[in-house]
Design a protein around this ligand. Structure first.
Ligand SMILES: [Cu+2]
Length: 267
């Protein structure tokens, strides 16, 4: 019974990989919700896959030398069972996905946000995108940065996203945050970082020849570190703590700002 032994080992190995490969702690609440959904679906998909594969291998092995095959006979009970089981699994997948979609961090509108996506207690960061860079404006301060976005850890953040030219997309893979940005319209994304560190922000919408360079760092600091960083920036009277490199020669942040100012915020 070499085949069945090999199959048993395959099952044990697969289960072992799933059980012991616990993912690293999530870097944001969005990421945690998405990872949890993936895990839930994996626990459903894995036994199903194993079951189907085992049945297939069994059928091949058991009937491969059948010189007198008989036609399949109707079995209504079996048909009803597999239809109902498939239906139940699809409902489970749909409901699990819906709950993650309805998460107030993934769909800010679900959190009771106003029409403009405003969340009462969130820290709000204005993000202005342009070909090919970013301008991050921090609340209650005159501080803006362009190459690095600073965020306090364990704080709800709403990003108000605007574009001064073409469509961009605000994408922080480690946070599970991705939101398109349209010219003349404000969109909103939300998150709460849960781990300090440096992450990458990308533009995920092909927006011209400089698209590949449209990246920034996201630095998550402890609240106290963030406060002192912000105080420092205020103290230095800096409006642009990080000057854009040669990339943005054609569009200065000021120019971009002027364009953005004329983009009316939805009421
Ligand atoms: Cu882009």
């Amino acid at each position: 019974m070499r085949l069945s032994r090999a199959l048993s080992w395959l099952c044990v190995l697969t289960l072992g990989v799933v059980v012991f490969s616990t993912p690293a702690a999530a870097q944001s609440v969005n990421r945690a919700a998405i990872d949890e959904l993936n895990e839930q679906l994996l626990y459903v998909a894995l036994p199903l896959t194993l079951f189907v594969e085992l049945m297939l291998v069994y059928a091949i092995y058991r009937f491969h030398n059948n010189d007198d095959p008989k036609p399949t006979i109707d079995d209504p009970a079996l048909e009803v069972t597999w239809t109902a089981a498939t239906g139940a699994i699809l409902v489970f997948v749909g409901v699990s996905g819906f709950f993650v979609l309805a998460n107030p961090y993934i769909s800010p509108a679900a959190a009771g946000a106003t029409d403009s996506g405003e969340m009462a207690n969130d820290m709000e960061v204005d993000v202005l995108t342009y070909q090919w860079g970013y301008e991050f404006s921090y609340p209650n301060s005159n501080v803006t940065t362009s190459e690095t976005l600073y965020l306090p850890n364990n704080t709800d953040v709403t990003f108000r996203l605007r574009s001064s030219d073409v469509i961009h997309s605000f994408y922080i893979p480690d946070f599970g945050v991705k939101q398109d940005i349209f010219p003349g319209q404000e969109t909103v994304a939300r998150t709460q970082p849960t781990e300090t560190g440096t992450y990458r922000l990308y533009c995920a919408e092909l927006c011209g020849s400089g698209h590949a360079r449209m990246q920034a760092d996201v630095v998550v600091l402890n609240q106290s570190e963030y406060d002192s960083w912000l105080d420092e920036q205020r103290g230095s009277g800096a409006n642009n703590t990080t000057t854009p490199d040669g990339v943005n020669n054609t569009t200065t942040p000021d120019g971009a700002n002027a364009t953005a100012a004329s983009v009316a915020r939805p009421a």
